[in-house]
Design a protein around this ligand. Structure first.
Ligand code: F3S
Length: 421
């Protein structure tokens, strides 16, 4: 890769071993992916689960990580400052309500240490999977290095920002260096549409946007689909769509003519490419998604779950409206996930109280997936779960073997009140 004199200096260790390691690792990634050089970034979205997890990015090569390695890393990080806006993906617990989700004090301490270290570095520990709606909102053409597949999709497709699907490690390196390998989504020629999705049924609700994305992702897998026959989505529709499409695919971008900043028309979206494949989303396709995401849905429901991706303030307002004066059945948990800043706003506006008065819990900074697949928290009984989220329905089926009801929020609320479906 072509390096600037400053990048060479860092590679030679002039800025210390931590940045030297970041530079050497990013060069290896860039070379493997065909990048000619680096591009400066203005925004990073990364992940800090706990200190050992963080230390693995810089860990000893060829031997197990030790406590001494973690200590050294902490010392080095505490002297470093990230040069660009950097936010974090959901973590392993809500530090204010960690007992609620089955965490223990030892785990809490390791998370707290990571959080303290990250803050010292200047990282905004937002623990949010929707940075693009709250604290990290890049504009058209901004180069970013983001981890979190749904956020990458939103940034490229709805903001016109430019980011590849970064790993946890590469995003940390980019946060510390302020650069990323210049390939993939950073280059205009790689952002053109490759396939067509012909939508032949109305897509009316946020859940339906998710269903359509999930179907198209499953059929196409890779590429940059251009969607035809869609109206403008709300930010909640777009959020659900971006998370659902990558449940079944490995994509970084889509085009919706008139919505994607770089695609005023379908012709502009393709940029001279002829579509390689055509995916038709029709009534049969829609039914097949319903069948996949509802698994043995009838019977007692242990948990009703909202907030994947994290709920917006508007979604919490709507949920509070549905829950006002109602109460969840005694053996059915009602969990709602959001970010810390949205939770604070929801509490101030009274929506949090309505949710809690209905027997629900408003939880921030994490989600089921991360609490129980990455953390050590004890998972509550979730034999059957009801949710309006494609990603959550899919992942609890796979990760926990749960039965699922995949339904609109109104129906999920009725299920919470009745305790079953
Ligand atoms: Fe966000 Fe967790 Fe869902 S990271 S997209 S709430 S699985």
């Amino acid at each position: 890769m072509q390096l600037t004199s400053e990048q060479k200096r860092i590679l030679d260790g002039a800025e210390g071993p931590l940045l030297q390691e970041c530079m050497a690792s990013l060069i290896k990634c860039g070379e493997a992916l065909g990048a000619a050089d680096f591009v400066p970034v203005t925004s990073v979205h990364t992940s800090i689960l706990n200190l050992p997890y963080l230390a693995n990015c810089f860990g000893p090569r060829g031997r197990e990580l030790t406590e001494a390695d973690v200590r050294v890393l902490r010392e080095r990080l505490s002297k470093q400052r990230v040069p660009v806006r950097t936010t974090t993906n959901p973590g392993m617990m809500d530090l204010e309500q960690w007992r609620l989700t089955g965490s223990d004090d030892t785990a809490r301490q390791t998370v707290q240490e990571a959080l303290d270290t990250a803050r010292q570095c200047g990282i905004l520990t937002t623990f949010s999977c929707i940075p693009y709606l709250t604290d990290n909102i890049p504009a058209l053409g901004e180069h970013c290095a983001w981890a979190e597949t749904s956020a990458v999709m939103y940034a490229n497709s709805f903001l016109g920002a430019r980011t590849n699907r970064e790993s946890y490690e590469t995003s940390i390196y980019s946060a510390l260096l302020g650069i990323t390998p210049n390939y993939g989504m950073h280059l205009t020629e790689n952002r053109r549409g490759t396939d067509l999705v012909d939508v032949r049924v109305p897509v009316r609700t946020t859940r339906e946007w998710g269903m359509m994305g999930y179907y198209a992702g499953g059929v196409l897998g890779l590429g940059i689909p251009v969607f035809r026959n869609l109206t403008r989505p709300s930010m909640e529709d777009a959020k659900q769509f971006c998370s659902a499409i990558n449940v079944s695919a490995g994509m970084s971008m889509v085009h919706i003519a008139g919505v994607t900043p770089e695609a005023p028309t379908e012709e502009a979206a393709f940029g001279g490419n002829a579509p390689r494949r055509v995916c038709v989303y029709d009534e049969a396709a829609r039914r097949s998604v319903e069948e996949q995401l509802n698994r043995d849905p009838h019977g007692k429901v242990d948990m009703v779950y909202f907030g994947c991706p994290h709920a917006t303030l508007y979604e919490l307002k709507e949920l509070a409206r549905l829950l006002e004066g109602r109460h969840a059945a005694p053996d059915t948990k009602l969990w709602v996930m959001t970010t810390g800043s949205i939770k604070a706003a929801a509490d101030r506006l009274g929506y949090g109280d309505v949710i809690r008065a209905a027997g629900g819990e408003l939880i921030s900074d994490g989600c089921l997936n991360i609490f129980y697949n990455y953390g050590t928290a004890t998972r509550p009984k979730i034999d059957r779960i009801a949710t309006n989220s494609v990603k959550q329905s899919f992942s609890v089926q796979r990760a926990f073997g749960s039965k699922t009801v995949f339904a609109e929020p109104e129906i999920c609320v009725e299920i919470a009140v009745e305790g079953g479906y």
